[in-house]
Design a protein around this ligand. Structure first.
Ligand code: ZN
Length: 264
């Protein structure tokens, strides 16, 4: 058995490699390497090299990572991007991020002035709405391929983005997502407007779906949206929606589903 083999931890590498753990550990190695490098440059290089090799071979260097990293990643609303499980099938999702820690996201959006809290509830701040709607108006004129490029440019992680099946498909690090054109327009506008206000791009990503709830105009055609049910818009039960009474925010003009209310 070679030295390398004895260092290897197959339960945390290869197919079993945990992406959140690897990302968190790579960040820790980089920070430690930089900190040492400030004191003495060769020490920084050595720490970076050793740390990188250990993360590669063992999956992690920070003790206990497999239990804390997924929660850390979930806390920033990223668990939809890095799935911590052993399923070899890429996860399919209809949104950019399905699992959001609502408290972290809400306080971040309030602090950044994206949302404002009034007596009668939460509202999108006026200037954020202006930015959001003007970006949507620009993207509305884009072709599907141009929209795919805009999604690619706005996403804070490496991915393959393509215009497919009348919408946008995104192949991320360990999952694939398909979103409709109206959703893609709204979500790119959210990423730009929210990140511009100093919010971490990963938190902005987590905010894309919930912020669609605040839309007043259809991202795709600019007509007003209304609270309705699948039965009354959007192709009824003929489409992918199996529940006709499901409440949605839909466009009366083009039938786009902008936001689906959860089942309470
Ligand atoms: Zn519309």
């Amino acid at each position: 058995m070679s030295v390398i083999d004895s260092l290897k931890r197959t339960e945390h590498t290869g197919e079993n490699r945990c992406l959140p753990c690897t990302v968190v550990n790579a960040a820790v190695v980089a920070i430690v390497g930089l900190a040492l490098g400030v004191l003495w440059i060769p020490a920084g290089f050595v720490a970076l090299a050793v740390g990188a090799v250990l993360v590669y071979l063992r999956g992690y260097v920070v003790p206990g990572t497999p239990s804390f990293a997924p929660r850390l990643v979930a806390a920033v609303g990223l668990s939809g991007v890095f799935e911590h499980d052993d399923e070899s099938q890429p996860r399919q999702s209809e949104t950019l991020d399905a699992n959001v820690d609502p408290d972290v996201m809400l306080s971040t959006l309030l602090d950044a002035g994206v949302l404002v809290e009034r007596e009668d509830g939460l509202f999108l701040a006026d200037d954020a709405r202006d930015d959001w709607e003007s970006t949507m108006a620009t993207l509305r004129k884009a072709s599907d391929d141009e929209l795919a490029d805009a999604v690619d440019a706005a996403l804070p992680f490496e991915s393959d983005v393509a215009a497919e099946f009348d919408g946008i498909s995104i192949e991320g690090p360990s999952m694939s997502v398909w979103i409709s054109r109206p959703q893609a327009i709204a979500d790119v506008a959210t990423l730009l407007a929210v990140t511009e206000r100093g919010v971490d791009p990963m938190v902005s990503l987590a905010a894309t779906e919930p912020l669609r709830m605040f839309t007043e105009i259809c991202p795709d055609c600019g007509a007003p949206v209304e609270e309705t049910t699948v039965r009354n818009c959007c192709g009824g039960t003929a489409g992918i929606y199996d529940s006709p009474e499901h409440e949605v925010l839909g466009c009366a003009e083009c039938g786009a589903v902008v936001y689906e209310f959860g089942d309470e």
